[in-house]
Design a protein around this ligand. Structure first.
Ligand code: C5P
Length: 398
C-alpha cells in the first residue's frame, strides 16, 4: 500500500526508539522508501548502524554536515518526502515543534517541511499529562499535525499509564490513512459515544456505566478509512481518537445540539448511552439533607432520542444511520423492533446482561440487524467491531 511513498522518519530520544527499528522494517515491507533522521538523544537508544542497515539509506544526524549542501540540503531533506513521521515523539521535541525551534537537524526539518507531519508520542504518563505537554499537543493538532497514540499500559519505568508509543503496525495504519486517503475519503461521519450526565443539582447527576470504548473505536476506525469524523462524546476516560474532531458534552440535550451542528454527514453512528430521562428541574444549589424530612422525589422528563431524531426523513438525514441496541434478553427481536421504531438503517445489537462483560469490557458480540435480516458476528474486540463496522459502512456508501 505504501509502494513508492517516501517517508522521512525522525527518531528522537526515548526508550521506545527500539520500536522504530521495527517500524522502518514494516514500512519497507510495504514498499516505502524510508529516510531517517536520528537525533543526538535518539542515538543514545538505537545505533546509526541499525537505522542505516534497516532503512538502506544514509542516516542523517548533523545539521551542519547538511548545510554545506555537498550531500543533500536540509530543506530538500524536509520536503523530498510524502510525510514526516516523528517516532518516538518525546515531550521535548513536541515542545520544540510547538514553539518553532530549529536547534538541530530534526527540529529544522520539522519547521522547514511543507509535508504532513505525524507524531507518535512516547513518554512517562506524568510527562504526557502535564499541562505544558497537553497545551503543546493542542497547539500542534490545531495546526494540522496528526497524532497516533500514545497507548495506555505498562511503561518502561515500571509505571502504568498513558504514554506508550503506539505499536509499529498502528503507526503504519495511521501513515496509510494519511497517504492513501481511504475508501471514506470525501465522506463525513458523525459518531456519538459515552454516557450522558443529567444534573440533579450542582454536584449530583443521573448517569450510566458506558465507557465510550466502542464509540471512540468506531470514530477512530472511520477516520482511519479517511472519513472527516466528528465524535460527540459524554464524559469518558478514553483518550481522544487520532484524527477525529472531538466535541465534549454532558447532557442529552447538549449531545443533540452538537450532533445537529455536525450535520450534514454521510453516516451517523449512535453508540452513546443516552439517559432516557432527565430531572425536570436542576436545583441551583446542592440539595440539603434535612433532619427528619422525607427523601426528596426527583421528577423526570423524557430526553430527546438522538438516534430517532437523526433518522427522521429530511434534507439533513445522513444517508446511513446506525444505532446500537444494548439488550439483556430477546436481543434480535428487540433490535428489529427498535430499528423500525427509531427509523434507522442498521442496528448493532449486543447482549449486555450481567456476566456478558460488554459494559466497560474490551470485547463485544454483535448481531447486525438491517432491512435484509440479521448478520451474526463472532465475539471480537471492540476495536475489531469498529473496523468491521467501518468497512461495512464504506461498502454501503461506495
Ligand atoms: O432506546 P435505546 O436506548 O435502547 O436505543 C439505543 C440506541 O439509541 C443507541 O444507538 C443510542 O445511542 C440511541 N439513543 C439515542 N438517544 C436517546 C436514547 C438512545 O441516540 N435518547
Amino acid at each position: 500500500m505504501l509502494a513508492g511513498k517516501r517517508i522521512l522518519l525522525v527518531i528522537a530520544g526515548g526508550i521506545a526508539a527500539y520500536k522504530s527499528l521495527d517500524l522502518i522494517r514494516r514500512l519497507r515491507e510495504r514498499g516505502a522508501d524510508v529516510r531517517c533522521i536520528l537525533t543526538a538523544a535518539g542515538a543514545e537508544f538505537v545505533t546509526p548502524l541499525s537505522v542505516q542497515t534497516l532503512s538502506r539509506n544514509t542516516v542523517f544526524r548533523d545539521l551542519f554536515s547538511l548545510t554545506d549542501e555537498s550531500e543533500i540540503g536540509h530543506i530538500r531533506l524536509a520536503r523530498d518526502c510524502d510525510l514526516v513521521v516523528v517516532a518516538p515523539a518525546t515531550a521535548d521535541i513536541m515542545a520544540k515543534l510547538a514553539a518553532g525551534f530549529a536547534s538541530d537537524l530534526a527540529t529544522t526539518c520539522l519547521l522547514a517541511t511543507d509535508r504532513p507531519i505525524l507524531l507518535a508520542p512516547a513518554m512517562n504518563f506524568v510527562m504526557w499529562g502535564q499541562p505544558a505537554t497537553q497545551a503543546n499537543l493542542a497547539t500542534l493538532t490545531g495546526r494540522g499535525v496528526r497524532i497516533v497514540g500514545p497507548a495506555s499500559g505498562a511503561l518502561a519505568e515500571g509505571e502504568i499509564g498513558a504514554g506508550r508509543m503506539s505499536e509499529p503496525l498502528e503507526i503504519v495504519a495511521a501513515i496509510e490513512a494519511i497517504l492513501d486517503a481511504g475508501p471514506l475519503k470525501d465522506r463525513r461521519a458523525l459518531v456519538t459515544s459515552g454516557p450522558t450526565y443529567e444534573p440533579i443539582d450542582p454536584v449530583r447527576f443521573i448517569g450510566n456505566r458506558s465507557s465510550g470504548k466502542q464509540g471512540h473505536a468506531i470514530a477512530a476506525a472511520l477516520a482511519a478509512l479517511g472519513a472527516d469524523t466528528t465524535l460527540v462524546t459524554g464524559p469518558t476516560q478514553v483518550p481522544d481518537p487520532p484524527g477525529v474532531r472531538v466535541v465534549r458534552i454532558e447532557t442529552a440535550e447538549q449531545m443533540l445540539a452538537a450532533c445537529r451542528a455536525a450535520l450534514p454527514a454521510d453516516v451517523a453512528v449512535c453508540a452513546a448511552a443516552v439517559a432516557d430521562w432527565r430531572p425536570v428541574a436542576t436545583a441551583g444549589q446542592k440539595i440539603k439533607k434535612k433532619e427528619g424530612a422525607a427523601a426528596p422525589a426527583i421528577a423526570l422528563t423524557e430526553n430527546p432520542d438522538i438516534l430517532a431524531t437523526l433518522s427522521k426523513p429530511g434534507a439533513t438525514r445522513p444517508r446511513l444511520v446506525v444505532g446500537f441496541a444494548a439488550e439483556t434478553e430477546n436481543v434480535v427481536a428487540n433490535a428489529q423492533a427498535k430499528r423500525t421504531r427509531k427509523g434507522c438503517d442498521w442496528i448493532l445489537a449486543n447482549d449486555v446482561s450481567t456476566g456478558s462483560g460488554t459494559f466497560g469490557g474490551d470485547d463485544n458480540t454483535i448481531q447486525v440487524v438491517d432491512a435484509s435480516g440479521v448478520e451474526a458476528w463472532s465475539r471480537m474486540s471492540k476495536d475489531d467491531v469498529a473496523r468491521r463496522l467501518a468497512a461495512r459502512i464504506a461498502a454501503a456508501l461506495a
